[in-house]
Write a protein that binds this ligand. Structure first.
Ligand code: PHB
Length: 398
């Protein structure tokens, strides 16, 4: 009966506060009593399914650590499987925006799907946080006040690998990736960094997303005999690529480099085939950081698996939203103040602190990592406080 009484009196108190607030013209009736509704539009099936799940887990962990509330408001989530299908992106986003009337749209993993979501929220003005997809235009040409990202641009982790590769003495490199925004932008970033030093891209290989039939391309790489190969693959496709690369006999003859997604959240499945791979990413295993240690322990205890970059990005999505909601005491009608607070936030991330650029993308360190004994061990900082150029973003301050 205590439970009933507690919840009843809480309810009554909220009602009274609302009546008072509304009476003073301070709040809209929906402000305090209803939970804030968050739409998680993510891949829960297909090659990126594990990524969507990790983002969801990370988000939920941060909310739970704040007592189930952000900015004093209860949080209710609704999930939608976007299937990493760009063709359904706008329609799915509108299901969340118009059908579910979400206060915050969180999504997604796949760059092409994220672009559809960005277009949908440009029309509706819905607040959106991208917890993974690196699509450059989302915080570039199509940047807008209501769109934030807690992850990276595809350029961000790939560009510094150009210097790393050149400094390793590599001069002729083959690139390979899925043919869609993320892969193309990652390769362009690597190419920019590598060729500005004098390196040469001898062949760019593209396969359709989400194909994992790599055999013919690996045969071509063997015949080209480059100094190294740079790739963008992630999730299930990254597991398959790394295993196929080793099975093709390339592992010991042609060094494999990549944006760190190639070996993040995948090492258990890749096993010995991943050992020695060098990648660049805004996260790594074994960071000497109390925040990261606490996060990883809590994540493991709650979900029974190791945290990865996707879990971190989901966690930081809730942290960024909390910074905004705290600043306005949970009052979503104060949207300008909420956005201002998010813009000015320094996020205490497991990856290390990061700030938000004028274009609403993280300004962050990029780690150089090497796979050793099944861990992405930090071997250096490939770039310090790296800010995406955000080409074409015409927002105030950019
Ligand atoms: C993307 O499509 O932007 C993308 C997908 C998976 C990743 C990274 C980027 O791990």
């Amino acid at each position: 009966m205590t439970t009933f009484k507690t919840s009843f009196s809480r309810h009554a108190a909220i009602k009274a506060a609302m009546a008072f607030g509304v009476g003073l013209g301070l709040m809209s009736p929906a402000t305090a009593a209803d939970p804030v509704k968050v739409g998680l539009m993510l891949p829960y099936s297909g090659t990126y399914a594990a990524l969507g799940e990790a983002i969801t887990n990370g988000f939920n962990l941060a909310v739970e650590e704040s007592g189930g509330k952000l900015g004093g408001r209860d949080i209710a989530t609704v999930k939608l499987d976007d299937e990493s299908d760009p063709g359904k992106a706008v329609q799915n986003a509108n299901k969340m925006i118009k059908g579910e009337n979400v206060d915050l749209l969180v999504g997604t993993v796949h760059s092409g799907v994220a672009m559809g979501m960005v277009r949908a929220v440009k029309d509706s003005g819905t607040l959106m946080i991208i917890p993974n997809a690196g699509a450059g235009p989302a915080t570039g040409q199509l940047c807008s006040e209501n769109v934030f990202r807690t992850s990276f641009t595809n350029w961000q982790p790939a560009y510094p690998m150009g210097d790393v590769a050149y400094d390793k003495g590599y001069r002729n490199v083959v690139t390979m990736t899925w043919k869609y925004g993320a892969g193309e932008e990652a390769v362009a970033g690597f190419k920019e960094g590598f060729t500005k030093r004098g390196g040469k891209i001898v062949q760019e290989i593209y396969v359709p997303f989400p194909n994992v039939e790599f055999q013919a391309n690996l045969t071509e790489i063997a015949s080209l005999k480059p100094d190294a190969v740079f790739v963008f693959f992630a999730g299930g496709g990254a597991v398959k690529f790394v295993k196929d690369y080793a099975a093709a006999g390339l592992k010991d003859s042609v060094p494999l480099l990549g944006s760190g997604f190639l070996t993040d959240g995948t090492l258990q499945a890749q096993g010995a085939d991943a050992e020695g791979i060098l990648t660049t990413l805004h996260y790594a295993d074994g960071l000497d950081d109390p925040k990261d240690k606490a996060f990883r322990a809590a994540y493991k205890a709650k979900f029974g698996k190791e945290a990865d970059i996707y879990a971190v990005q989901g966690y930081d999505t809730a942290q960024l939203f909390r910074a905004g909601l705290d600043a306005v005491g949970g009052d979503l009608t104060r949207k300008d103040d909420l956005i201002k607070a998010m813009e000015g936030a320094t996020i205490d991330s497991p990856r290390g602190d990061f700030t938000i650029s004028a274009a609403h993308n993280p300004v962050q360190d990029i780690y150089l990592r090497e796979v050793r004994d099944g861990q992405n061990v930090v071997v250096g900082i490939a770039a310090k406080a790296l800010n995406d150029p955000a080409t074409g973003c015409k927002m105030a301050g950019n």
